[in-house]
Structures are given as structure tokens and as C-alpha cells.
Design a binder for this molecule. Structure first.
Ligand SMILES: Nc1nc2c(c(=O)[nH]1)N[C@@H](CN(C=O)c1ccc(C(=O)N[C@@H](CCC(=O)O)C(=O)O)cc1)CN2
Length: 292
């Protein structure tokens, strides 16, 4: 039987509706949440994402401040801008679109963001809070988006074997931390596999929940999936369109094969991507709600 297709757009719309209500309540109290989105350079995919963030802010009533620095911007310029945004009382959340150009030390830039405005949850302080289960930091956008997709699709990780493919700071590591947390909607037994793991399929075939975040187009094939598993595809890979025109988007999972084996699967596009932006919006509003 073909797998259930998890509709990330529909679930993101539910999350956004809740965020819109919170914005309305803040505005009624004379407060307007503000999000600053910093793009260094002109990477086409990053431009798509920052524009999508600004558009979603406008839809939800969040003030957005998009700042674009040239591809040859210096560390000093980026740090000066972060300092300005840290001090700006209209700005509750700040993010720097990743990846920045090579001359920019991303770790130093993240460290310069006021942790109370770090709505990406990339800073050492907020990642630390996440690891120890403190809830006064922020929820990492893509991994928390995955947790919501599971919850809203009726997939409870408790007692299940979750396998995360990939160990990036943005997705793999926080994803594993969230899934293993002793909390309602989590409590999974987690394995993380990565480029240094021999025979990845040996682990993925045992996964009740498989999260693919390795950045390799269609890496997960049907024969790597346990029948009935939930397969969440975090990958967004751009490949040339054989028919010409715009690049084709493919995930880290070979969708046509996965759909024949899995119990549930997310598509690309329209799966995890919209959730990333929905959680970011929610985090920006949380930052505003917390501000004295
Ligand atoms: N500072 C950050 N940088 C990056 C993050 C992040 O969370 N914070 N994540 C990714 C990019 N990203 C958000 O920034 C992101 C990626 C994809 C989508 C999305 O909605 N994708 C659509 C397809 C859109 C398209 O490319 O045409 C989908 O999957 O349906 C949203 C956000 C790396 N950088």
C-alpha cells in the first residue's frame, strides 16, 4: 500500500494561523513583533529563502527588516550590523542566512547575536538550553518543524527507533536532541549516522522514524527503508531540469521508491521546508512576547 503523504504546507498553515493570532494579541496591546533577516552575498537559493521569510512576516503582521550586504562584505561590516540590530528596540529576532560567503566566520557572527534575539537557535547558549531541556531558549526551526510534522500526523516517537542521517549543527544534532528528550511527543531511541558511518543502510532499515538530512540528492532508496516507517526528508537539492528552465528540487530520499515502502513520507517541495519558516515566525513572536 502506498504511504501517506505528509502535507507540510497544510501543517505549516495551521502553525502560521496560531502565530497570526498571537501577533494580533500583541498588536492589540500596542506591540509589533519585528524580525531582521540578514543576507550576505547573492546566493540565489538564499535569496529565495530570505524573500520567503519577509513575505511570511508581511502575511502574519510581523515587521520585517531585510538587510543585504555585498558578497565581499567584511566581518567588521557584518558585526557592526548585528550590533545595530541587537540595540534596535523594534527588532525581536535576528537571523543571518546560512551559508555566508567564505570570508565570514559564521560562528563569530552567531556569537555576536543577542541570545534573546537568536530566533534560529544557533547560539551556544540556546543550543545548550536545548540540550538540557530548558524551555526559555528557542526551538530550532527545521528540527522543531519535523517534531510538529510527526505530532500533527499522529506519529508518536516514544519508544520508537529514530535514525537521523546527518550531523549538521542546523539539523542533525538538534534533531537527535529533540527526539531523545524525555518529554511528551519525543522519548525515542536515537541513532545518528553520517558520512563516517560504514553501511548506513544497516541502521536505516531498522528505523521506525527515518530523518534524512545528509544533503545528497535521493540518497535514501526504497531498500533502505523499513516497511511502514515514517520517512521525513529534510534535504533540498537543486538539480538541473532535463526539460530545461528552473532547476528541479529533489530531497535526500528517492520519493517514488519511498512511497511504496514507507507508512508515511514527506514530499520535497512541500514537506519540511514550509515548517522551517513557520517555526521561525513563531520564534520571532515568542521573542516579542518575552520582551519586557
Ligand atoms: N539562518 C538560517 N539559514 C538557513 C536555514 C535556517 O533555518 N536558518 N535553513 C536552510 C534554508 N531555509 C531557511 O533559511 C529554508 C529552506 C527551504 C525552505 C522551503 O520552504 N522550501 C520549499 C521550496 C522552496 C524553493 O526552494 O523553491 C519547500 O521545501 O517546499 C524554507 C527555508 C539553510 N539556511
Amino acid at each position: 500500500m502506498a504511504a501517506k503523504i505528509i502535507d507540510g504546507k497544510a501543517i505549516a498553515a495551521e502553525v502560521n494561523e496560531e502565530t497570526r493570532r498571537r501577533v494580533e494579541a500583541l498588536r492589540a496591546a500596542g506591540r509589533i513583533p519585528g524580525l531582521a533577516v540578514v543576507l550576505v552575498g547573492d546566493d540565489p537559493a538564499s535569496q529565495v529563502y530570505v524573500n520567503a521569510k519577509a513575505k511570511k512576516c508581511a502575511e502574519l503582521g510581523i515587521h520585517s527588516d531585510k538587510r543585504v550586504l555585498p558578497a565581499d562584505a567584511t566581518m567588521e561590516q557584518v558585526l557592526e550590523l548585528i550590533g545595530e540590530l541587537n540595540r534596535d528596540p523594534r527588532i525581536d529576532g535576528i537571523l543571518v542566512q546560512s551559508p555566508p560567503p567564505p570570508q565570514i566566520d559564521e560562528e563569530k557572527v552567531i556569537a555576536a547575536i543577542d541570545p534573546a534575539k537568536d530566533v534560529d537557535c544557533f547560539s551556544e547558549r540556546n543550543v545548550g538550553k536545548l540540550l538540557i531541556g530548558k524551555e526559555d531558549g528557542f526551538r530550532p526551526c527545521t528540527p522543531w518543524g519535523v517534531m510538529l510534522l510527526l505530532e500533527k500526523s499522529g506519529i508518536d516517537p516514544a519508544g520508537k527507533h529514530a535514525v537521523v542521517i546527518g550531523r549538521s549543527n542546523i539539523v542533525g544534532k538538534p534533531m537527535a536532541a529533540l527526539l531523545m528528550q524525555k518529554a511528551k511527543g519525543a522519548n525515542a531511541t536515537v541513532t545518528v549516522v553520517h558520512s563516517g558511518t560504514p553501511d548506513i543502510a544497516r541502521f536505516t532499515r531498522d528505523a521506525d522514524i527515518l530523518i534524512a538530512a545528509i544533503g545528497k540528492p535521493e540518497f535514501v532508496r526504497g531498500d533502505m527503508i523499513k516497511p511502514g516507517a515514517a520517512v521525513i526528508d529534510v534535504g533540498i537539492n537543486r538539480t538541473p531540469n532535463p526539460a530545461g528552465g528552473r532547476d528541479k528540487l529533489v530531497g535526500d530520499v528517492k520519493f517514488d521508491e519511498a512511497v511504496e515502502v514507507a507508512g508515511a513520507v514527506t514530499p520535497v517541495p512541500g514537506g519540511v521546508g514550509p515548517m522551517t519558516i513557520a517555526v521561525l515566525m513563531s520564534n520571532a513572536v515568542t521573542a516579542c512576547e518575552r520582551r519586557k
